[in-house]
Structures are given as structure tokens and as C-alpha cells.
Design a protein around this ligand. Sequence first.
Ligand SMILES: NC(=O)c1ccc[n+]([C@@H]2O[C@H](COP(=O)([O-])OP(=O)(O)OC[C@H]3O[C@@H](n4cnc5c(N)ncnc54)[C@H](OP(=O)(O)O)[C@@H]3O)[C@@H](O)[C@H]2O)c1
Length: 282
Amino acid sequence: MSIAITGASGRLGRLVVQKLKGKVDPALIVAMVRDSAKTHDLGVAVRQADYDQPAQLEKALQGVEKVLLISSSEEEGKARQHLNVIAAAVKAGVKYMAYTSLLRTETSPISIAADHIVTERAMRESGLDVTMLRNGWYTENYADFFLAASGSGTLYGCAGDGRFSSATRSDYADAAVKVLTSQGHEGKIYELAGDTSYTLADVAKELSRLIGKVVTYQNASDSEYIAALKRMGLPHLDAAKIANFDTSAAKGALFDEGRQLSALIGHSTEPLATTLQQMLKR
Ligand SMILES: NC(=O)c1ccc[n+]([C@@H]2O[C@H](COP(=O)([O-])OP(=O)(O)OC[C@H]3O[C@@H](n4cnc5c(N)ncnc54)[C@H](OP(=O)(O)O)[C@@H]3O)[C@@H](O)[C@H]2O)c1
């Protein structure tokens, strides 16, 4: 029986497939993708599986025992797309599903939390064995802003003193591989976040240290920050979403000290300084 990964053409999905290949026979791995042209390099079976195409999803899940549902990157209709995957998994006879949800999703002020709540509920009601991988912040999310700040000397945001307990996609991919390849994760909810946390002012300090030039953090109100992001060319919805991440961080939504991620994956999460060093080498 196979293990399928949805969204396998994405940055997290690719890492999961690569890491899974080191743990199970690659012949047992199915990469489910919207556009198969993007994934010939994965070295595993690729099946067409658009979240908006229920029949395609059911076909792609034939013979699959376990599936990792990677949350959709689309702004509209995320929850509906996820429900399509869950329904197709039930019809295809899948036994187990893990899902990349959001840290403390029931109480999170992050705008996309509602989609995760709907998805988690549908999974619990599906009759499948399920695991919630409630992923916290990806350290890479603000890579472009950090790189811009290392050039300009100013990092902008509206997170105030909000702390980000972030981890890398690679750390979160390790968690997904762990639950797909070991026993006892059925019915579990993992609140996953990095071992250490930082504010955006801490990021500025770390960037200063790494590049040998002063970078300062400039905090704005959310409306000022949205306006600044729009001046940089972002559409209003994207700017508002980013500002919502920061204001949510200011309310503590991205801070976590449970260390469930490192406990699950059996190693420390990558420190901010290491990820920043990699980003600066790009
Ligand atoms: N916790 C966090 O900080 C955080 C940050 C960013 C994202 N996320 C969530 O985590 C997910 C994975 O992150 P990522 O970095 O791997 O994102 P990503 O690189 O943007 O990948 C998203 C994946 O979703 C696929 N997808 C989108 N719409 C689809 C559809 N209609 N049918 C099938 N596949 C579809 C994309 O396929 P294509 O290659 O065809 O576009 C891609 O494979 C994201 O989708 C998002 O929900 C979480």
C-alpha cells in the first residue's frame, strides 16, 4: 500500500517526498500534483490531482493507504478544496490522513484559521484515522523582506514585540515524514513550532551581526504597514494578509514554547541565525 503526498510540487511537498524516499521504498510513494509537468524530477510516481477535481482526486488515491494533505495555497475556496480531498480519500478506501494545519487553530486570530478549523472537523468526522500537524510559522516566510532589509538597513513590520517561534519547512517536513512512517499518531494533534523564538527587532539585530552593517526594525501600525506594502507593489489583499500575520504575532499567535516539534522529529529545530545565513547566501 502506498503513501501519497498532495501539493507535492510545492516547497514543503517536495521536501516531504525527498525525505520520505530515505525512509520507505520510493515505489510506494505517490506525488499528487495539479500540474504533472512540474514534478518529473521527484523520482516517484506522479498522479494528477487538482483539489478542485473530485473525480481526479479519487482516482489518484486508489491503492493509497496513507495520505498527507498539504493545505492549499489558494486564497479562495481552500476549505472546499480540502473537503474534496477528504471525501475522495474516504471513497478510495484510504485508511489514514495527516494534515498540515495551523498552530492553535481554534483560537488563532490569523485570517486563514477558519479554513483549517473546517478541514480538521471534516477529517475528524470522516471515519479516517487522522493526525493534525498544526504547523507554526515558517522561518522562510519573510525571506524576501529580510533580504531587502539587509540591503536597505530597515526591516519594516507591524508585529511590535510579538514573538515568532518559527521553524523551517525542512523541520515541518520531518514531522510529516515521522507521522507517515511510524505508529501511534492516530487521533493526535501536534502543535508544532520552533524551539526558540524571536521578535522582528531580534531579526534586525541578527541581520546586522551577519552582514556587519546596522539593520533596524521599524514598527508601523497595521494600516501604515498595509500602505507601505502596497507602495512596494503588493495587491491590497496580499498586503492585508501579511499585516494580519504580524498583528497576529503581536497577539501571541505565533509564539509557542511546547517544543512538540523537536520532540516529534528527534532533533532541535534550526535556529534563526542558521536560516538567515542560508538566505543571505542566495
Ligand atoms: N505555516 C506557515 O507559516 C505557512 C506559510 C506558507 C504556507 N503555508 C501553508 O502550507 C502549504 C505548503 O506550503 P508551501 O511552502 O509548500 O507552499 P507552496 O510552495 O506555495 O505550495 C503549495 C502547493 O499547493 C498546491 N496547490 C495549490 N492549489 C492547488 C490545487 N487547486 N490543486 C492541487 N494542488 C494545489 C500547489 O500546486 P502548484 O505547484 O500546481 O501551484 C503547490 O504544490 C501552503 O499551501 C499553505 O497552505 C503555511
